[in-house]
Design a protein around this ligand. Structure first.
Ligand code: SAH
Ligand code: SF4
Ligand code: F3S
Length: 450
């Protein structure tokens, strides 16, 4: 079932899983395929000449999900053999040729560090009628080969560093994304300017460990993340600056101070801690203890009292006892998060933790997850309730799914629905919060003569 090279390629469908960096990568793939082949993005696999899956392998059953989705695409390809199917992202990196052994109708397998070669891979397939696998890890050459970033709305994303050297025992990311590599400051500023010129007013800087950034500055010296933040904040037209994901180990004093000093830097921080138990933090190889995390939070709140915090948690890591879990609950109560992502531990192939026995029974994992989730739901509810009656600046993002409503975000990243119109998109508008729901708020515009 080789692709028929006679047909013109017109349409592209990308199915994206995983983190925001995958979202960013998918939009760069779309930019690139548009430039190389004039491909137009479509919303359904059925309409596409080229289907790309941008996959995630961070948690359980990731591979199975990919194969079951591929089964669906196979049916489309049976009817239209000229179609091209590619699997990229972290499962692509991890599984490599195994994917084509199991699903021979897949034409391309690629990884997060090779997607800039997609146009060449497509050319090769059409010319030589072969299958292609490219999962080597070239030294971050990718960014030099991507077309200029196109602006996709009022909120833009820019990858500033990639990869991870932390090697937490449970995590596949260091193996799928490779070592930490930072882009030069000048390239990052140029990409931000491009987005701002295209209409973005908010920029989120992305990296697996964004605050581990160490990139070449315009002065030839190495810049750290805080220096980069100050430089980005000065760009014309930038109203809001955010970043994700940060590692607690790299929260410097200067970075905490920046939250108080940079007006564009929004008071919201995702700072994953995974567990509240020192025994587990050590076993997980997180590189810090619970007291250090507490001190960091205190410093952040000293400079930015309104800071909203979120985190990731894993329950049921090998050896986790009731006491360890109790310490996690205690940490959650002490910090008072606005929200958190909570996961049951699952062994991932190739990680050090996968060699230990996955010895917390499934029922215990389930029970701990439910306990943690209900505590988090309550904290989120309280965080929302605290907004009632406040006046906040909302950046209007899009039309809401509720008819007649618009949707935007507060500085601390909460979703607000309000009665408005699409002309307000991109504006920052003061609103009074009049209602609070589980995951969102209701606002009323404050008119000039109020
Ligand atoms: N770089 C970020 C997180 C990247 S992965 C950090 O350092 O925190 C996103 C989240 O997935 C992690 O924070 C962790 O909570 C979860 N996760 C990663 N591996 C996992 C595994 N094997 N089982 C369950 N959850 C996992
Ligand atoms: Fe994974 Fe740890 Fe790296 Fe985060 S810091 S990406 S959890 S290895
Ligand atoms: Fe998933 Fe890879 Fe991101 S494993 S979370 S897509 S870095």
């Amino acid at each position: 079932m080789k692709p028929n090279t006679s047909k013109n390629l017109d349409t592209l469908f990308i199915k994206t899983y995983g983190c925001q960096m995958n979202e960013y990568d998918s939009s760069r793939m779309a930019d690139m395929m548009k430039e190389a082949y004039g491909l137009r993005l479509v919303g359904a696999a059925e309409e596409a000449d080229v289907i790309l899956m941008n996959t995630c392998s961070v948690r359980e059953k990731a591979e199975e999900k990919v194969y079951s989705e591929l089964g669906r695409y196979k049916k489309l390809k049976d009817k239209r053999p000229d179609m091209i199917i590619g699997v990229g992202g972290c499962v692509g990196q991890q599984e490599g040729e195994r994917i084509q052994q199991r699903a021979p109708y897949v034409d391309i397998v690629f990884g997060p560090q090779t997607y800039h070669r997609l146009p060449d891979m497509v050319k090769q397939i059409r010319r030589d009628r072969v299958r292609v696998t490219e999962i080597d890890m070239p030294e971050i050459e990718k960014f030099d080969h991507l077309p200029k970033a196109e602006s996709h709305g009022i909120s833009g994303f820019v990858t500033i560093m990639e990869g991870c050297d932390k090697f937490c025992t449970f995590c596949v990311v260091p193996y799928t994304r490779g070592p930490e590599l930072s882009r030069p400051v000048a390239d990052i500023l140029a990409e931000c300017c491009q987005l701002l010129a295209g209409g973005a007013v908010e920029i989120s800087l992305l990296g697996q460990n964004v605050n581990g950034y160490r990139g070449m500055g315009p002065d030839g010296e190495e810049w750290d993340f805080t220096m980069l933040l100050y430089a980005v904040a000065e760009l014309d037209g930038l109203k809001r600056l955010r970043f994700t994901t940060s590692h607690p180990m790299e929260m410097t004093q200067e970075l905490c101070v920046a939250f108080g000093e940079i007006p564009q830097l929004m008071p919201y921080l995702h700072l994953p801690v995974q567990s509240g138990s020192d025994v587990l933090l050590k076993a997980m190889h997180r590189g810090h203890d619970r007291a250090t995390y507490f001190r960091t939070i205190e410093t952040l709140r000293e400079y930015c009292p309104d800071l909203a915090l979120s985190s990731d948690f894993i329950v049921g890591y090998p050896g986790e006892t009731d006491i360890d879990f109790e310490e996690t609950l205690e940490l959650v109560r002490w910090v008072g998060y606005d929200s958190a992502f909570c996961f049951k531990y699952s062994p991932r192939p190739g990680t050090p933790a996968a060699k230990s026995e996955d010895n917390v029974p499934e029922a215990v994992k389930d029970a701990r997850l439910q306990t943690l989730l209900s505590l988090m739901r309550e904290q989120t509810r309280q965080a929302m309730q605290r907004q009632l009656g406040r006046t906040v600046d909302v950046l209007v993002e899009k039309t809401s799914r509720n008819a007649g409503d618009m949707q935007g975000r507060t500085p601390d990243f909460k979703i607000v629905h309000f009665r408005g119109n699409p002309r307000q998109i991109g504006q920052i508008m003061p609103m009074r919060i009049v209602d609070a729901y589980g995951q969102s708020l209701r606002g009323e515009l404050i008119l000039a003569d109020d």
